[in-house]
Design a protein around this ligand. Structure first.
Ligand code: RIB
Length: 304
């Protein structure tokens, strides 16, 4: 049986609602705040689990031995994610400080905490397999993610890497190694340009940056572009496009994570690209209709 394994970050999100996001040097008063579960890895695992049969999504991550860590574990389990691969340590659970403005935009600062201590050996040997769909982001140590990706690829599995956020320190050699270990790369407009420039691209539009990444890395590279939807550039030069739903967003936090989780589930189920992209775009749009990263993530029924 196939398994979607998410190797990545787990955070508690401290979310403040504001009229306007504070600029540097400015203080703003929030209308209120909430303590919610998040982290790009955990969000992607929950998004995949909500649309998958029971027992098909596993999380490999790390939390602190604190109340926030227990909250995150309970939340993953309640969403049907297998948490046997989540370790805990003396470090604090990762925490994200999020401001969400009245028009649904956000600004996020992440304190990595325990995520920074996640090691490759947390991944069970059985998951280095041809039936594994591995999902990665950039909020846990890069060296550990790369090692896990290389071993899943060597075993014949699928690797979906969402390079969010693109770290300033990621070298050209590291990015080339990442691409070599990846089957499907997912970026937003900014990440597409930042990553392509790291490899010598000098253009100025995100679609040509994405096409460049697909050709250079010989991977399928998908760019998500908010209200414009998403486009997949394949290494043979072909493309697939899906439109976003027309919505009035309440909170865009986690929309990209919802896209990645539903994409992983669709590929794991063997769906074709048009269907996979359309479902992921629809799911990401629906996720923007509720506060918090995970609350609006749809079930399979809501996507049908
Ligand atoms: O992508 C949204 C996520 O980014 C939030 O849940 C926050 O935890 C940060 O990791």
């Amino acid at each position: 049986m196939s398994l979607i394994t998410v190797f990545g970050s787990i955070n508690v999100d401290l979310v403040a609602g504001v009229d306007m996001i504070a600029r540097p040097g400015e203080t703003v008063l929030a209308t209120g705040y909430a303590t919610l579960c998040g982290g790009k890895g955990a969000n992607q695992a929950v998004a995949a689990a909500r649309v998958s049969p029971k027992g098909r999504v596993a999380m490999i991550g790390r939390v602190g031995r604190d109340g926030f860590g227990q909250l995150c574990l309970d939340n993953l389990a309640a969403n049907g994610v297998i948490v046997d691969g989540v370790t805990s340590g003396a470090e604090p659970t990762g925490c994200a400080f999020i401001s969400v403005s009245a028009d649904g935009e956000n600004a996020i600062t992440v304190a990595s905490g325990a995520n920074g201590c996640l090691a490759a050996d947390a991944m069970p040997a059985a998951e280095f397999s041809a039936t594994t769909t591995l999902v990665l982001q950039m909020e846990v140590p890069f060296a550990a993610s790369l090692l896990v990706a290389q071993r899943v690829r060597a075993a014949g599995g699928r690797v979906i890497w969402n390079i969010a956020p693109v770290p300033e320190r990621l070298s050209e050699a590291e990015l080339r190694a990442l691409l070599a270990a990846t089957s499907v790369l997912v970026v937003n407009e900014h990440e597409a340009c930042a990553a392509a420039r790291r490899l010598g691209w000098t253009g100025d539009d995100f679609e040509s940056a994405t096409a460049f990444l697909a050709a250079t890395g010989r991977v399928t590279c998908i760019v998500t572009a908010g209200a414009l939807g998403a486009r997949a550039f394949h290494p043979d030069g072909t493309c697939h496009t899906a439109a976003a739903e027309r919505i009035l967003p309440i909170d865009t936090t986690g929309a990209g994570d919802t896209f990645v989780g539903i994409l992983a589930a669709g590929l794991d189920e063997g769906r074709g690209w048009p269907d996979v992209l359309a479902r992921a775009c629809r799911g990401a749009s629906l996720a923007c209709l509720a506060h918090g990263a995970q609350r609006g993530m749809p079930t399979a029924e809501a996507l049908a």
